[in-house]
Design a protein around this ligand. Structure first.
Ligand code: ASP
Length: 437
């Protein structure tokens, strides 16, 4: 049994919906369809979810919410007309206008795009609609896994097929709550886990996960297979095809995800699996990813290695200031903590003075403009000589490697370089390591 999820671009217009529905009908195993709100129909169009957030803002600030709400209505009414389904949109919009005043939350309004789209598509497909509020539970704004999986499993157990809106559920008080943006991916994963699907197909507007950032490398190769662990590394470093949290519900259950392109349905996509199959293990490198906008908090103190708890106290200060850290390469008498520059915005001086006061280092500086590049692949560490090749490529390009982070996860090597060299280093590695990809 397959759970399918379609993103907003794949459901933006009647034509797109017809196409998506054909894909669903093409395989009788596709039994549960999770849908996003309609996305952009053309470049200057506004996504329905964005319009709904505008409605909420206007409502809160006493502005005129009618204009964005009318746009939402127009978008759906065009879909309904062109699909030729009977659906009382006026009545639904009236309900939303009443409830949005009553509930007054951004989450409620934001959820209505998925809600309406799912109802309309269910009508068109002639499948039952099941409200996500009956299936997905939140507690303290986080998915309540303990309650959700059995609950959704029970509701859907005897259902042959259903269309389910993505993005939202209800909290412990029955209030509608949404995931973060792009969260229909998570809904799809949650449903797949709950019904014990054998596959979660995520239909989107790209052909899968790319082995490198297409903004930097021309036409990077598509990844055919990627393990959950590798995906996590790639998406942490900015390869964002799937919502970050979508992996967790199904990872534990070992359900594979397939990223497919709605515009090219016969093409194989990317398979995200718990364990790479043999054919995929032939590749040493699965992909290269990276990110800019990082800072290096560098602390030096003689005999640091002998001072018990030094690192713990540094990390404590950073944590106290609400800054998550990314990496901590260390040396005998120095340590670096790599953090996002944006996270330091309000506490840069505070952190320096607290470390100065509490740890009395010889030197402490924060250096901005750091970029990281990760070469990712489960096969990396079996490849003798890989590191020497990687660093030779960088040396040849005159790229100064500032940090190296590679270790027992055995599936990536991360280097820190200065941001202006980022694109150059990225391309050089991608080109130079082709034969291993
Ligand atoms: N419609 C929501 C958003 O735009 C959720 C989703 O599409 O996944 O973020």
């Amino acid at each position: 049994m397959i759970v399918v999820k379609f993103g907003g671009t794949s459901l933006a217009s009647a034509e797109a919906i017809r196409h998506a529905v054909n894909i669903v009908k093409n395989n009788p195993e596709r039994r549960f369809m999770v849908v996003s709100a309609p996305g952009k129909r053309f470049k200057e169009d506004t996504k329905v979810t964005d319009l709904l957030y505008q409605v909420h803002r206007a409502l809160r600030e006493g502005g005129d919410y009618r204009l964005p709400l009318q746009e939402v209505k127009d978008h759906f009414s065009q879909i309904i007309e062109e699909l030729n389904v009977s659906f009382d949109l006026d009545k639904e919009i009236d309900i939303i206008e009443k409830e949005m005043v009553q509930y007054e939350t951004a989450d409620y309004l934001a959820s209505r795009g998925e809600y309406l789209n799912a109802r309309i598509i269910a009508r068109y497909l002639d499948w039952p609609f099941v409200d996500a509020g009956l299936l997905i539970r939140f507690r303290n704004h986080r998915l309540d896994e303990e309650v959700t999986y059995p609950l959704a499993g029970k509701v859907l157990k005897d259902m042959e097929r259903a269309v389910i809106p993505g993005f939202y559920g209800k909290d412990e008080d029955g209030k509608i709550t949404v995931f973060s943006r792009g969260g229909s991916d998570v809904s799809g994963a949650v449903i797949a886990r709950s019904v014990k699907a054998s596959l979660y197909e995520n239909w989107t507007d790209v052909s899968g996960i790319m082995s490198a950032d297409p903004r930097i490398v021309d036409n990077p190769r598509k990844v055919d297979w990627i393990s959950y662990r590798e995906l996590r590394e790639m998406s942490y470093m900015g390869a964002s095809v799937l919502h970050e949290e979508a992996v967790f519900p199904i990872r534990a259950a070992g359900i594979p995800i397939e990223i497919r392109n709605t515009m090219d349905p016969s093409a194989a996509g990317t398979r995200i699996v718990p364990v790479l199959p043999k054919e995929a293990r032939a590749h040493t490198i699965t992909g290269i990813a990276g990110k800019k906008g990082l800072s290096d908090l560098f602390i030096e103190k003689a005999m640091m290695n002998a001072e018990v708890g030094f690192g713990a106290r540094v990390m404590n200060i950073i944590a106290r200031n609400g800054v998550p850290y990314e990496h901590t390469p260390t040396s005998i008498d120095s340590m670096s903590v790599i953090v996002e520059t944006a996270a330091l915005e309000h506490c840069r001086n505070q952190i320096i003075s607290e470390i100065d006061r509490e740890l009395n280092p010889d030197r402490i500086i924060i250096e901005d403009g750091i970029a990281l590049i990760a070469v990712v692949g489960e096969g990396l560490w079996q490849n003798v000589g890989f590191a020497s090749r990687m660093f030779a490529i960088l040396a040849e390009e005159g790229i100064h490697v500032r940090m190296i982070d590679a270790g027992f996860s055995e599936m990536n090597v991360i280097i820190g370089i200065s941001a202006p060299q980022y694109e150059k280093a990225f391309r050089a590695l991608y080109d130079g390591l082709q034969d291993l990809m």
